[in-house]
Design a protein around this ligand. Structure first.
Ligand SMILES: [Zn+2]
Length: 512
């Protein structure tokens, strides 16, 4: 049995969660579910990145402590992910002094011991709006393009992480290997982007700030006057969640697992460069792969308050009476992994009606009603051609899923639905009688059983309801974390104990 450790980026809870968070968590959840369904041992982690001046300032504005602000907002993230059926095993918070800080401070100390951290006096151009030092390439005519002001010259003491030392090694890591370790970027289009960053040359990275400018963060262990900046604090969540460098360390889901970080394209450089460099110098192995997703626009434009096109995750859930499957379907069906995508209410509603309600929901209903009219029993015939077709379908589906090609896998399952709809219109089972009719309808029911299994990682609840209506005995176990799609389940006619269908009911309600 292989082990999988899959993580998402940790979210910044200075406001409520948005659609970008939803896209990423749904993608990671589908993969985590697929790993479990194929029989892997899985650990799936999400969490929140809670420090920094933005949180500190938002809290001041709202007249509360930073801790109170994050406690209030983190709850919104946890609630949303529960509603979306994100099946995480661990939720890590960077403000957690018991679970997160010991690992972060131990990692810092290790990097200091191997002389990868150096204290320097740093003078730079600081934009207080952006809350960061700006490089010359960030400015337009000496002005911050975001805030339309000239940044101030500021001098302060910082610890720097000496990443420039690793320029050649990081290039090797991403193109071949670094002392035998490899790190794969999926999809390959995102790999080229990252390599081009290395070509520009890597700079050392500011790893801490004076306490006078940043108090809300993890203290630097060797220096009372410094607070860790985001990198060492946030990136370390992936191993603090496993208790690294503590007495409850569990290395099995790192050293003996395939480690996949699912992240957005905006933070690819930190995960592709800083993180492996930190781990290498701390004596921890480099993760296996980075799965990079794109951004979501709304009605063809960047989501922004001023355009009034911000889509709220909870509005979508409400539209479908809390059912998360339509949005899980939409994001997976519409946006190939790695691409940017667009959310449009019109397109969403059209797909819901055409694909889920009509093509799939009505097909299931028609087949079940016709079988019930004949007494409800099913008799699936021995059919070498059906068996061969089904084996081929599963082979193609599984290899798409294994390759993170979720869009193709889902499209294949939906195409199967189209094929069945066409077949039912051609064969006209309602015009038949007796045994011939029951056998033909049973073949349709059996195909729908396979469709439901394929939809299980994408739309778990829908897949379970379809299987319940079909009357298959494993239906009530399908949402358990140890449910595995066995070879027997993939065989056409493989469910020997399946004798009769259940009661049909509407799978997807019409939109009001
Ligand atoms: Zn600025």
């Amino acid at each position: 049995m292989s082990r999988q450790y899959i993580t998402t980026a940790i979210d910044y809870p200075n406001a409520a969660p948005h659609m970008g968070h939803v896209l990423e968590k749904v993608l990671a959840d589908i993969m985590a579910r697929w790993f479990r369904l194929r029989g892997d041992s899985v650990r799936f982690q999400v969490g929140t990145d809670e420090h920094g001046t933005k949180i500190q300032r938002t809290a001041e504005k709202e007249g509360k402590s930073p801790q109170a602000l994050v406690d209030q907002n983190v709850q919104l993230f946890e609630e949303l992910y529960t509603k979306l059926h994100i099946s995480y095993d661990n939720f890590i918070r960077t403000s957690d002094k018991q679970k997160h800080w010991p690992t972060v401070q131990a990692l810092w100390t290790k990097l200091e011991e191997v002389q990868m951290l150096e204290k320097r006096s740093y003078t730079g151009l600081y934009c207080s709006g952006c809350e960061r030092f700006m490089a010359a390439r960030d400015l337009e005519d000496g002005i911050c393009p975001n805030h339309k002001v000239a940044p101030e010259e500021v001098t302060e003491e910082n610890f720097f992480f000496l990443m420039s030392k690793d320029t050649a090694n990081l290039k090797k890591l991403l193109t071949s290997d670094w002392d035998g370790e490899t790190y794969r970027i999926i999809p390959s289009s995102r790999e080229k982007e990252t390599l081009s960053l290395i070509e520009q040359g890597l700079e050392d990275v500011s790893f801490s700030r004076p306490v006078s400018s940043l108090t809300w963060g993890v203290p630097v262990p060797s220096n009372d006057n410094q607070t860790m900046y985001v990198w060492c604090d946030a990136l370390t969540n992936y191993i603090s969640g496993l208790g690294y460098f503590t007495d409850h360390e569990d290395r099995s889901f790192w050293d003996d697992a395939t480690v996949t970080h699912v992240i957005g394209k905006d933070i690819a450089r930190f995960h592709a460069l800083i993180w492996p460099s930190m781990l290498k110098h701390a004596g921890v192995r480099i993760p296996d792969q980075l799965l990079i997703h794109g951004f979501l626009t709304s009605e063809g434009e960047k989501m922004s308050k001023s355009l009034g096109n911000v889509v709220k995750p909870n509005d979508i859930l409400e539209k479908f009476d809390g059912n998360p499957d339509p949005i899980r379907f939409f994001l997976s069906y519409e946006i190939p992994v790695g691409n940017d995508g667009d959310f449009s209410w019109d397109r969403f509603e059209k797909l819901y009606d055409a694909k889920l309600r009509n093509a799939m929901g009505n097909l299931l209903n028609r087949v079940l009603v016709l079988i019930q009219k004949e007494g409800g029993n099913i008799r699936i015939p021995d059919s070498p051609s059906d068996s061969a077709q089904s084996a081929e379908d599963w082979k193609v589906f599984s290899s798409s899923m294994d390759a993170f090609n979720l869009h193709s896998a889902l499209a294949q399952a939906m195409k199967l639905v189209d094929v069945l709809n066409a077949a039912i219109d051609t064969t006209k089972p309602w015009s038949m009688e007796g045994e011939e009719k029951v056998v033909l309808l049973s073949r349709f029911a059996e195909s729908l059983r396979h469709v439901a299994l394929m939809l299980l990682p994408f739309m778990p609840d829908t897949a379970k309801r379809m299987t319940e209506q079909l009357g298959v005995s494993y239906a009530d176990r399908m949402l358990d974390k140890d449910f595995v799609i066995t070879e027997q389940m993939q065989q056409f006619g493989g469910q020997n104990d399946w004798k009769a269908v259940g009661e049909p009911s509407i799978l997807f309600m019409p939109l009001t």
